[in-house]
Design a protein around this ligand. Structure first.
Ligand code: AMP
Length: 282
């Protein structure tokens, strides 16, 4: 496995890889790797000749400094996991190399960045998009692999790729969950035992919502019941629950079975913010 920290190193490696006619897959991560990341890497390996896993805790996408400083980091463990999984290239830039100058450019994704995560994390998607653009320019991948877990991010990256005419193809992979339904997340590593045991209630709330919608209840009735469910559980608090069109992220006031609809949730267990969603027709 080759580990590149410097942008010029990875660019050189990419040039050689491309000159050998190999296709390149990019799996961008913030490290603290888990089964969700491994599933993306696996999919990338199945579709591309060479796979770049980037590990970069992107300061621009954290609107909350404390969250940034508390984000779990264990590069040595990540490298062991990657080596064991048969990964070939790791790109671990430092923030100073990624952003050597001021970063004044602001991208505006309009409604897509104003709803759900955007409401609670102002500037988050601007930071995500700037890092993704940099990675696309540095790695020039044929395919980029993202998780459905961060559904709004995937919608925004799809928009970015299409409107900016990037040649990279986006693949969005299903959310990998623990046996009680809790979606794997790097932030789960910060949960105490007691917090971990209530954390799966976000998933339970999503499945409750899905069941009620399937029985014909309206989105507003379902939202009320899901909010009541979450408020009945000690130790967790809801930031939002939304039933949305999976492509436009517009809230649904009625549900039609042949539409792509997702149920999305975010909230806190103690200080830890968790995010999840499920697709209605999955
Ligand atoms: P992160 O390291 O949290 O920025 O995530 C890196 C990538 O892994 C993103 O595309 C996420 O959507 C994806 N991801 C995170 N958790 C999961 C999961 N449980 N299942 C599948 N993909 C995931």
């Amino acid at each position: 496995m080759v580990v590149c920290q410097k942008i010029h190193e990875i660019k050189r490696l990419i040039k050689t890889t491309k000159s050998e006619g190999k296709s390149i897959g990019l799996v961008p991560t913030m490290g603290a790797l888990h089964a969700g990341h491994l599933s993306l890497l696996n999919a990338a390996r199945n579709s591309c000749d060479s796979v770049v896993c980037s590990i970069f805790v992107n300061p621009l996408q954290f609107n909350n400094k404390e969250d940034y400083h508390n984000y779990p980091v264990d590069f040595q463990e990540d490298l062991k996991i990657l080596e064991k999984s048969g990964n070939d290239i790791v790109f671990m830039p430092e923030a100073g190399d990624m952003y050597p100058e001021s970063h004044d450019i602001k991208l505006d994704f309009q409604f897509l960045e104003k709803t759900m995560e955007g409401k609670f994390r102002p500037g988050h998607f601007n930071g995500v998009a700037l890092a993704i653009i940099k990675f696309l320019n540095i790695v020039n991948p044929d395919m980029i692999f993202l998780g459905q877990k961060d559904m709004q991010q995937a919608v925004i990256v799809r928009k970015l790729l299409s409107e900016m005419s990037f040649q990279t193809e986006l693949k969005v992979l299903p959310t990998i969950r623990e046996s009680d339904g809790l979606a794997f997340s790097s932030r789960n590593k910060r949960l105490t035992g007691a917090q971990r045991s209530v954390a799966s209630n976000f998933y339970n709330a999503l499945t409750l919502g899905k069941e009620l919608l399937s029985k014909g209840e309206s989105p507003s009735e379902v939202s009320n019941k899901v909010e009541v469910y979450i408020s009945s559980i000690q130790g967790i608090s809801l930031e939002y629950f939304e039933i949305v069109d999976s492509n436009t992220l517009e809230s649904k006031t009625a549900v039609n079975n042949n539409e792509d609809i997702s149920l999305c949730i975010a909230g806190y267990v103690g200080e830890i913010r968790l995010l999840d969603n499920i697709i209605l027709n999955d």
